[in-house]
Design a binder for this molecule. Structure first.
Ligand code: PLP
Length: 504
């Protein structure tokens, strides 16, 4: 076919031929393989300054197409300097999110196939594979068959969708009547602990409950929601005419990975007729381990659960699994099919009914590749290694008078603080020997300085949180490429930096 264009229309570039595509794909795959092989030579946290990457980019798009090689070259020149390397084995900040090779390759295929699973008809395979993958994960984490699921982009979206369903289930009828201008509606309430994730608060903002509609329930000294405090809050609100809509229990809170007691919370939700949502975005995969299962006890009574394979299960962002028992309230809140999408297939599952997005990408493919390539045993081994290394790290901190544990180590997460010379810490073997306030302000300053310096060195990246108003460092093991030596390296970097700062 000729690429000749009428005068003034400009020159069009010929399509990439299949052979040119093969060559470009080989080059790109080689680049990716080298990136992963040499990732340790890069700093974990990007050293770019604000605007520095933008300055490398042309202000205007190119008029003429460029050779593919130039694009790959710019991965090194433009992209790498601006990367915070989430797949780096020294990534211990927040909750790590990394990608395993089979899942990376599945993403390439997903882009090539470009399925859009709006309706069953628009992609029978993306629809049915997604439904089956949700069920595989359900089985892996030991939830009963009553649960089904869909894959959303993020836990934020999953929790938001669940809150909309809960709002319908609470009889608000926001679907038809909206919220604005109604004088029949009481204040609607979402309950989360002091340590519940901001995504739930954001969901409340977006769902019209507002921040005023979020009640933070006190946590106990181990950072778990206190069921007695929850009960008091529910009773008090009901007496005041406030309508409870949802309780969000967290298994694996963001600061300390603490576990809200799902059983007693389920009890209260059932007694008060309130929707129970479990945010297990980070820790959910650990339910694959029989030895961790008791920590999840009671979550099977929830109405909805979110867990993110894209956090601790080596699946590239975005892959968040929303599991629920009754599809009714989800459909009641969001199912809406415009005429041009209606068909005789309406009996089939149409995934766009379970979220805000109409277009939905083929996210299940990466989970399918990941689970099949590793097998359930392989994934369990990955999680077990991470937990064992986090426990080893906690042990080193426990034995080291320069540091103190600030919260009970949980799953693969350890919270700790640095102490100045001679500062007292709780006896390491005493039960409940966790004091996030040990060392006071002086320890806060030292902890921050150590974190900043260690992160600047680039071999590891740790993040902080506040507990009891004090600064606490977190180490979360969860990156696919991490080995014990990297965890040890983090501990040694912390100790070395302590010596430098205290000695200077
Ligand atoms: C407990 C918890 N829930 C929810 C989220 C939000 O996850 P996402 O980025 O997938 O929205 C996070 C993020 O770290 C989290 O730690």
């Amino acid at each position: 076919m000729s690429n000749e264009r009428p005068a003034g229309v400009g020159r069009e570039r010929p399509d990439m031929t299949p052979d040119a595509f093969r060559e470009a794909a080989r080059r790109t795959a080689e680049w990716v393989a080298r990136y992963r092989e040499t990732i340790e030579e890069l700093p974990v946290l990007s050293r770019a300054r604000p605007g520095e990457i933008a300055a490398l980019l042309p202000v205007a798009p190119p008029e003429e197409g460029e050779p593919f090689d130039a694009l790959v070259d710019d991965l090194d020149q433009v992209v790498v300097p601006g990367l915070t390397n989430w797949c780096h084995p020294g990534f211990f900040a927040y909750f790590p999110s990394s990608s395993a090779p089979p899942a990376i390759l599945a993403e390439l295929v997903a882009a090539a196939l470009n399925q859009n699973a709006i309706l069953w008809r628009t992609s029978p395979v993306a629809t049915e594979l997604e439904t089956r993958m949700a069920d595989w994960v359900r089985q892996l984490v030991g939830l009963p068959p009553g649960f089904r699921g869909v894959i959303q982009d993020t836990a934020s979206q999953s929790s938001f969708t669940a809150l909309l369903a809960a709002r319908e289930a609470a009889g608000v009828d926001a679907r038809v009547r909206g919220l604005a201008g109604r004088d029949d509606l009481p204040l609607l309430r979402l309950y989360i602990s002091d340590h519940g994730h901001s995504s739930l608060e954001k969901a409340a903002i977006a769902a019209g409950l507002g921040q005023r509609g979020v009640r933070r329930v006190a946590a106990d000294p181990a950072f778990r929601m206190d069921p007695d405090a929850l009960e008091r809050a529910l009773v008090e609100d009901e007496r005041a005419g406030i309508r409870p809509v949802m309780v969000g229990a967290t298994i694996g809170t963001t600061s300390t990975a603490s576990v809200d007691p799902a059983g007693p919370i389920a009890e209260l939700c059932e007694a008060h007729g309130v929707w129970m949502h479990v945010d297990a975005a980070y820790a959910g995969p650990a339910a694959m381990l029989p030895e961790q299962r008791t920590r999840f006890s009671g979550w099977e009574r929830a109405d909805s659960i979110v867990l993110n394979p894209h956090k601790w299960l080596a699946t590239p962002v975005d892959c968040s699994l929303l599991l629920f028992r009754d599809p009714g309230p989800f459909r009641a809140s969001l199912a809406l099919t415009p005429e041009y999408l209606t068909s005789d297939d309406d009996a089939e599952v149409n995934l766009h009914d379970y979220g805000l997005s109409m277009g939905r990408r083929f996210r299940a493919l990466k989970l399918w590749f990941l689970i099949r390539w590793h097998g359930a045993e392989g994934l369990r081994a990955l999680l077990r290694r991470h937990i064992a290394w986090a426990e080893a790290f906690a042990g080193w901190i426990r034995e080291d008078p320069r540091f103190t544990l600030a919260a009970p180590p949980s799953f693969s997460t350890v919270c700790f603080r640095a102490l100045g010379p001679g500062q007292r810490r709780p006896a390491p073997d005493a039960p409940g020997a966790f004091d996030p306030e040990a060392g006071g302000e002086e320890a806060d300053a030292l902890t921050r300085r150590i974190m900043e310096r260690v992160n600047r060195e680039g071999r590891v990246f740790l993040s902080h949180t506040a507990l009891g108003g004090r600064t606490v460092l977190r180490l979360a093991v969860g990156s696919y490429l991490t080995r014990e030596e990297h965890v040890r390296g983090a501990y040694e970097a912390l100790g070395r930096t302590w010596e430098v700062l205290i000695g200077s």
